[in-house]
Design a protein around this ligand. Structure first.
Ligand code: ADP
Length: 220
């Protein structure tokens, strides 16, 4: 068994973050913590918070920093993440969130901030083709569908297009990424945690590059 890892994934919508996060979580035997998945679970549960979040998400906006910081702080304090570490996907998305995360992780700092680089023109095509399992969040594409008639290979859930993968919401999310999240790459370069990997190619190709880059970074 490996030693675990404390890793944040950055990358624009459709860069393959979710796909690589699942593989990284398995490889390092740590939980995959996706703020998008946590919000979608709250929407599915029909809580008041979920309903409010759904309106923001469907419009391609960002849930408030204050709420997201609280959600992440609580999750990182759970024994699995506090013990072996985590793959954090979807957070931080703003400088305020990055600063809050620094405070939350002050005793056990982040080791790696992995930036998956894929051009905007490429991700728009990927997102249009993206489909997800309603129950477990597993990601498919029109080009790589589940084996059996849009039911998930993992848990038999319905595989659908996300409500926020409409053209308008996608454009808004990409604009917000460029304005709010991309500057964080520089922030983590300065902190020495940034590891940058080309996200083009098959999921296996990208994963190979990711593991190589993390190994180099950790032995430096
Ligand atoms: P994507 O990366 O494709 O936008 P996610 O599944 O990561 O998808 O997130 C879906 C939506 O959830 C976001 O568009 C946003 O509305 C909300 N969200 C997720 N994480 C955060 C966060 N850290 N801060 C604010 N909003 C968030």
């Amino acid at each position: 068994m490996t030693n675990g890892i404390r890793l944040v994934l950055l990358g624009r919508q459709g860069s393959g973050k979710g796909t690589q996060a699942v593989r990284l979580a398995e490889h390092f035997d740590v939980p995959h913590i996706s703020t998008g998945d946590m919000l979608r679970a709250a929407v599915k549960d029909g809580t008041e918070f979920g309903l409010k979040a759904k309106a923001v998400m469907d419009a391609g906006g960002l849930v408030s920093d204050e709420i997201m910081v609280g959600v992440v702080q609580e999750r990182l304090a759970q024994p699995d993440a506090a013990g072996r570490g985590y793959i954090l996907d979807g957070f931080p998305r703003t400088e305020a969130q990055a600063r809050a995360l620094e405070a939350i992780t002050s005793t056990l700092p982040l080791e790696v901030v992995l930036n998956l680089e894929v051009a905007e023109s490429e991700v728009i095509e990927r997102i249009t083709k993206r489909r997800v399992c309603r129950s477990c969040g597993r990601i498919y594409s029109v080009d790589t569908p589940p084996a059996d008639d849009w039911t998930c290979d993992t848990d038999g859930g319905e595989v659908v297009q996300r409500d926020d993968d409409t053209e308008g919401a996608v454009r808004k999310r990409l604009e917000l990424y460029a304005a709010e999240t991309l500057p964080l790459v520089e922030f983590y370069r300065a902190g020495g945690q940034a590891v940058e990997v080309d996200g083009l190619g098959t999921p296996d190709d990208v994963f190979g590059r990711v593991i190589d880059a993390i190994t180099v970074h950790q032995s430096a």
